[in-house]
Design a protein around this ligand. Sequence first.
Ligand SMILES: Nc1nc2c(c(=O)[nH]1)N[C@H]1C(S)=C(S)[C@@H](COP(=O)(O)O)O[C@H]1N2
Ligand SMILES: [Mo]
Length: 560
Amino acid sequence: MTTTEEAPASTTGPDASPRPGRRPLAALAGPLAAAVALGVAELVAGLVGPSSSPVVAVGDTVITLVPEPVKQFAIATFGENDKIALVVGTLVVVALYAVLVGLVSLRSRRLGVAGIALFGLIGALAAVSRTAGGPLDALPSVVGALAGTVALTQLVRSLTLPTPVQGDARATTTDDAAARHADEVVLERLRGALAMADRKGAGMDRRRFFLTGGVALGAAAVTGGGGRLLQQRFDVSGARGDLTLPTPSSPAPALPPGADLAEQVEGLTPLFTANRDFYRVDTAITVPQIRPADYRLALRGMFDSPRTYTLADLFDRDDVIERDITLTCVSNEVGGTLASTARWTGIPLGAFLRENGIRPGSDQLVCRSSDGMTIGASTRAALEVEDAMIAFGQNGEPLPVEHGFPVRMLIPGLYGYVSACKWMTEIEASTYAAFDAYWTERDWAAQAPIKVFSRIDTPAPLRRFPAGRRPVAGVAWAQARGIQRVEVRVDEGEWLDAQLSPQVDADLWRQWVLPYDFAPGAYQLTVRATAADGEVQTEERAAPFPDGASGLQSIRVIAT
Ligand SMILES: Nc1nc2c(c(=O)[nH]1)N[C@H]1C(S)=C(S)[C@@H](COP(=O)(O)O)O[C@H]1N2
Ligand SMILES: [Mo]
């Protein structure tokens, strides 16, 4: 009953050497321990707050640190799934790292523990260093790392126990207690349930390992799932549902009958985008959850008499307006869909700023959101653009949580990254000289008016369809100016005027339709728009970076 191949002096010692064939199991021990660490971290994040979760915090930090070209590649590749891709990517990296930690700890348990500690440290640093982070945000990573360490030691121990074990092995550890390192003493106390699992199984490493592994996996699932449930406490969708929007004193203009051409043309984008279909772009992995009762909008900086507003202060004003505005992202590519339209409820931004005595020296408003994002908007545009607003309603409902609940900014004619701050909690009247906002720091243009744009919705690129008459249709926008004309060119032919939806408001896109008789054959369709001020959409191609894409969309289709 003695071991011959190897004889670990101590089951908790750093250099207990493995029996052969244990390597695949050790490789598995790492990810299992990581799962326990992440599960427990989620549980603690359920108490502290969702954004303190290490996965979220690390993802957030990656978003903040990653170079612009990589980010653009991610948006181009994953579109609005970019954050899911990031979380999955983070987990894959964690899993690979965990495999290494597992293998290393077979050789040296101390090194394995150090590996997990490093893992926890990264999570903790990421959580604390977020703009809106505090010291408490380190807790999930720290507690998670401790739990992961316990799991790892137990798993590896189950692989390195000498076959005839227990009694003497444990005696040895006790005898050696004085010589053990302080961290191991702490770990010993934390062992608990997992230790029970492997204390018995002498001689059956594999079984013991899988038993321990099963316990680890169960613990990870229970803590992770429980954490997720707890995190729902922070969810504000209930409180949002209880709110009633104020009745606007200045409602949106009535739409003429038949204003939405999508009712007649299949495949054409509807005039208004349903809230659930509204495009979404932001850096938030967990959507900020702001309770209406806790909401404050603070003004600071270059104001004579800056005030702080509650949500009720904003709702109760007598200058509530309702406006139709198309919002567009600077990352929208030629032919892209990062633009949507809604009927917004809010209060006029210019009047609001003047009322608080904004000083003439301010040329930039630094808008801050509860997650620490800064959006730098032109003070001049905020004061002068008609219908610029502090919005709290979208299509007759309070703003959806993903779209900035409870309050965001909108300045028609400016791309979202320089105007449309979501979850907005502060407006600082400042200057461009004094402050670089988030995207400006990343070399995007400090100021960026939306470019004249048109898009073909139907037929879809490379589509085959039966020859005959069929509509070519899409949308065009030039917010704050309006669209006066959209033309389509078939192959190298003349530019043909398309029919436009009624001009309801300059801030609203216009749908366009051109019925065309397709004889059998291949076609190239190109579209261009002209703004109400006469500017024709340029055919000069530009990438979204640094101030918005330009160029004409051109597609190929085949009539059969
Ligand atoms: N707090 C915050 N506000 C933000 C952003 C963000 O990342 N965080 N992204 C901006 C960008 S780039 C755009 S295009 C619009 C998108 O608004 P939407 O998601 O409601 O369509 O929000 C803007 N406001
Ligand atoms: Mo954007």
